[in-house]
Write a protein that binds this ligand. Sequence first.
Ligand SMILES: Cc1cc2nc3c(=O)[nH]c(=O)nc-3n(C[C@H](O)[C@H](O)[C@H](O)COP(=O)(O)O)c2cc1C
Length: 295
Amino acid sequence: MFLISGPDLVIAACKAGVIGAFPTLNARPVAVLEAWLQRITSELAEAEQASPGKIAPWAANLIVHKNNRRFDPDFELILRYQPEIVITSLGSPARVADQIHGYGGLVFADVNSVEFARKAAERGADGLILICQGAGGHTGFSPAQEFVPQVREFFPGPIIVGGAISTGADIRAVIDCGADFAYMGTRFIATDECQAQDAYKQMVVDASAADIVLTPYFTGVPAHFLLPSIRAAGIDPAVLEATKGQLGFAADGEDDGKDLSAWRDIWSAGKGVDRIHEVLPAAELIQRLRDEYRA
Ligand SMILES: Cc1cc2nc3c(=O)[nH]c(=O)nc-3n(C[C@H](O)[C@H](O)[C@H](O)COP(=O)(O)O)c2cc1C
């Protein structure tokens, strides 16, 4: 999750047996990314020695959109630190697939329509992350029970489903739709290890799905945001209909206004907030998800 998932959350998730991921752009400037990658790889290698076979792989999320001015240095570091999985978002995996396959890594492409899923499969994706309705950030619009079977018709690889998954029962539901993995963002905002400020975590705990608004106003692409954070920033929700933002990603030392502050001051979350009632340590949350899934 942009700005709020970092090494603490990735390491805690992987140690608890769940793949932890973070967008490379969260480490600012690029020298910080190298420090994060060093820390993640060394702490997980140590944990693997202590508990062989119990540590999940980690993943880096690389924005492959042409507006990402950090693409080149970030990709170079990915090739050096070799995450088992690279998640590509906002563009084609073709730009990175060969080099990632070259070191034995897998490319999972984030898509929100059958058309993009087909293109990503043709362009080297090993796994497809289907963003379904209700997701935090740039959401999708289909229900999993519709999207998964449509993609399964032409894609034999792993299918990962994201969107409003907050409990073990929610995970079970997408597995029953034919998914191989569940992909969760919003639920992990309300963890001790997430880098979001405490007031953001509390807003996720307090919010209901009715507090989540869909708008292209801040980023140019429809995304879900917490209405109380929009009001707290002094923005009249009525203007959200009127104008559209620009998709852009501020690089090191830059704050090109709307787009970075959109995520820093206007907080995103998905409709799964309804089933989030407390902030927990990630390991405790993951154990709870397992118990709920089994139940
Ligand atoms: C605050 C926030 C920031 C996000 N930033 C990104 C991002 O930078 N790149 C990305 O691929 N997805 C991003 N997402 C989407 C998540 O990767 C994931 O698809 C989504 O959180 C899943 O739905 P859920 O939030 O309902 O669990 C973000 C989601 C949230 C809530």
